[in-house]
Design a protein around this ligand. Structure first.
Ligand SMILES: [Zn+2]
Length: 128
């Protein structure tokens, strides 16, 4: 996913827009962790932070809402459900006529404040 797609998704559901995180990090790599073999993540919600991290390689339409649900304290089962509902709603909304004219309430702007080792690999967006 790119940031425009994430914005469109967050704007398609008012409730999701209200919960949109302050920070979104897009990573052009797989996000993995070594737990009894390799575990791949589509995204991550850092604990206690108003931020989500999405992999542009492996995230899909369910991922932003899934990770936002985690930032609100929901567990895996609820996050899966919320992610799927948001993707469903987005897919319905974008087929409606005039959906492109909808007011865009959630908008992000890229900021260039990452340490050098992340340059070219991670993009940091802040809600405006
Ligand atoms: Zn999860």
């Amino acid at each position: 996913m790119d940031i425009t797609e994430v914005e469109d998704l967050l704007n398609s559901l008012r409730l999701l827009g209200l919960m949109a995180p302050q920070h979104i990090f897009l990573v052009d790599e797989e996000i993995s962790m070594q737990v009894d073999g390799k575990v791949l993540f589509r995204g991550v919600a850092p604990a206690g932070g108003n931020a989500i991290v999405l992999s542009t390689k492996t995230s899909n339409l369910t991922t932003p809402a899934h990770e936002i649900a985690h930032t609100l304290g929901f567990g895996e089962f609820a996050a899966d459900l919320i992610g799927k509902l948001a993707a469903l709603k987005y897919n319905v909304t974008r087929q409606l006529p005039f959906s492109g004219l909808r007011l865009r309430e959630v908008k992000y702007q890229e900021v260039d404040d990452l340490p050098p080792q992340f340059k070219g690999r991670v993009r940091h967006y802040v809600r405006v």
